[in-house]
Design a protein around this ligand. Structure first.
Ligand code: PEP
Ligand code: MG
Length: 584
């Protein structure tokens, strides 16, 4: 019997179309594939179990040392208790004994033993012990995750579309090394870091699908449409043909865009808008250099941290930054210091109730002085070619910038004392992504060389809407007049103090968004590489005077609907037809 075609809708998070079989990924309770188990070996299972325990101990020790800097003794006990659980000789001996005697996989035995323990605790009636169930659950997931890690990666075969409840940025990076063709998740928003990473890796993604993770089976066949935000399960022949034609059309459209590569990024009336690209991974570098030859307006460094699960040392960072500086030269590269926290966490990070309002970005860097200084030294050492800039994320106050500058000066003095060369004129800038930074822009302008607006966070923090939440994604709206007025306040303050302003958030990669940003006085847009040519096309179709008039009118409007209707109207009148492609 042929399977019936079904269509599931979500939010389009990363453009592209992919065809393939699903890999259903579960973080909370990793699935153990019993069919993989023809060659069962109890020695291997026991050694896998021991490794999983020692890896979990390692992770928890790291959490413990991070936590020590942040928590009082009472709260530290949680980690102590979790560690002692991992050292529980009785439990470990029992698990290993059962694996050997019953020839049952470690995954299964451990899950069963934890269940026994949980039932005993639940029936004990002891309130304190009941509370420990959460800790035990945490530990269980950690150990199971470490147990299945190897299998998990190897199971992502070619043509896999990863389906999951949610993916962390680390998962996304990990899976992208394994030919992941597409992503569809129950949770997430279009500006979550997973979505951003998917876009920069050109992996089609659909998020906020509510329950896709339980609706897809491994023997289904899928089409993922990252333009419209749909996943088609077991498509009919006709649908497949239609989508294949669409892919062909998109390729032709992209081929046409290539003509723009060497043309200047200037408006119809001759105003230059500097167009740069955001960059995250080394495998994008060659493409950027050959096709765009542009500056890198935002180099996110978090992945260096995520890949190894720790802060890389100065030497490793130096090599990476030097590689970028050398390859992008004569283009400039703006390196952003670690923006860890929020959703960019590793298992080592401590849990917070509101991570986006918590220990994130510059706050961590200022607390972990040595780590921060090592990053600054590495960037400075790599700056001898004169084409690096440094940018600091999550700035909310003047004090932070004052402290940054002290540490920055200290890093420079150390290098001078050791006679290590660096660019004495290197520019430093800050991200404007918290409303307080807009309100303090005039004071901040005295302390830095440039501003870069991070619209992804500015929208989130202005509207109090979690950029990752599928429940409130409708409220996450970059065209909310409050956001646009803040951007205008910022460009006005910056102009007064002669400080250049760029935008490196996703709004710059959106045709409506970039039109407005140009009109609001932004002179540099740093966009995802996938949108680079399309935005260049837009810039070349726009009249600067008109864009300013459009923005001025928009600033008087009070609803986002009014604003988007009006921009749509302007588009249709002037530029829409010429920009048209499948996704417009
Ligand atoms: C932003 O907030 O717009 C930004 C560019 O930073 P990130 O998306 O990495 O938080
Ligand atoms: Mg940000």
């Amino acid at each position: 019997m042929t399977k019936k075609e079904q269509i599931f809708k979500g939010l389009a998070a990363s453009k592209g179309i992919a065809f393939g079989r699903p890999f259903v990924y579960s973080v909370e309770a990793p699935t153990y594939d019993i069919t993989n188990n023809g060659d069962f070996s109890s020695e291997k299972e026991i050694s896998d179990y021991e490794n999983a325990i020692s890896q979990s101990v390692k992770e928890l020790n790291k959490i413990f040392s991070l936590a020590k800097e942040k928590l009082d003794d009472k709260n530290l006990q949680i980690f102590d208790a979790q560690l002692s659980f991992l050292y529980d000789e009785f439990l470990n001996a029992k698990v290993k004994d059962r694996i050997a005697r019953e020839s049952v996989p470690a995954y299964q035995v451990f899950t069963e033993e934890i269940k026994v323990l949980e039932s005993a605790i639940l029936s004990s009636g002891d309130e304190y012990m009941r509370e420990r169930i959460n800790d035990i659950n945490d530990i269980k997931n950690r150990v199971l995750r470490n147990l299945v890690k190897g299998r998990l990666v190897s199971k992502i075969t070619e043509n896999s579309i990863v389906i999951g409840r949610n993916l962390t940025p680390a998962d996304t990076i990990l899976f992208s090394n394994r030919n992941m063709l597409g992503i569809a998740t129950d949770l997430g928003g279009i500006n979550s870091h997973v979505a951003i990473i998917a876009r920069s890796l050109s992996i089609p993604a659909v998020v906020a699908m509510h329950d896709i993770s339980i609706r897809i089976n491994r023997d289904d066949y899928l089409i993922i449409d990252g333009y419209k935000g749909v996943v088609i399960k077991n498509p009919e022949e006709e649908t497949i043909i239609r989508y294949k034609e669409q892919v062909q059309k998109n390729l032709e459209f992209e081929a046409k865009l290539v003509e723009l590569e060497k043309l200047p990024s200037e408006t119809k009336d001759g105003k230059t808008i500097q167009l740069s690209t955001n960059l995250e991974f080394n495998n994008e570098v060659d493409y950027v250099v050959t096709h765009f030859g542009c500056d890198v307006g935002l180099y996110r460094t978090e992945h260096l941290f995520m890949e190894i699960g720790d802060f890389p040392d100065e030497e490793a960072q130096y090599k990476q930054y030097k590689f970028l500086a050398d390859h992008i030269s004569p283009g400039m590269v703006t390196i952003r210091t670690f923006d860890i926290g929020g959703d960019k966490i590793l298992p080592e990070s401590q849990k917070e109730l509101n991570p986006f309002l918590g220990w994130r970005g510059i706050r961590i860097c200022l607390d972990k002085n040595d780590m921060f200084k090592a990053q600054l030294r590495a960037i400075l050492r790599a700056s001898t070619g004169g084409n690096l800039k440094i940018m600091f994320p999550m700035i909310s106050s003047v004090d932070e910038v004052v402290r940054i500058r002290e540490i920055f000066e200290a890093a420079k003095s150390e290098l001078r004392a050791a006679k290590i060369r660096f660019d004495e004129n290197i520019k430093i800038g800050i991200m404007i992504e918290i409303p307080s930074a807009v309100l303090l822009a005039e004071e901040l302008a005295e302390l830095v060389d440039f501003f870069s607006i991070g619209t992804n966070d500015l929208v989130q923090y202005t509207l109090a809407v979690d950029r990752d939440s599928s429940l409130v994604c409708e409220l996450y709206d970059k065209f909310n007049p409050a956001v646009l007025r803040l951007i205008k306040m910022l460009t006005d303050a910056a102009e007064k103090h002669n400080v250049p302003v760029s935008v490196c958030g996703e709004m710059a990669s959106d045709p409506y968004g970039s039109l407005l940003l140009i009109g609001l006085g932004v002179k540099e847009l740093s966009v995802e590489s996938k949108s680079y040519l399309q935005i260049k096309r837009l810039i070349r179709l726009v009249n600067y005077e008109n864009a300013s008039k459009i923005a001025a009118r928009v600033l008087k409007m009070s609803t986002s609907k009014e604003i988007t209707d009006y921009i749509e109207e302007c588009f249709n009148k002037n530029i829409g037809e010429k920009l048209k492609s499948y996704d417009n």
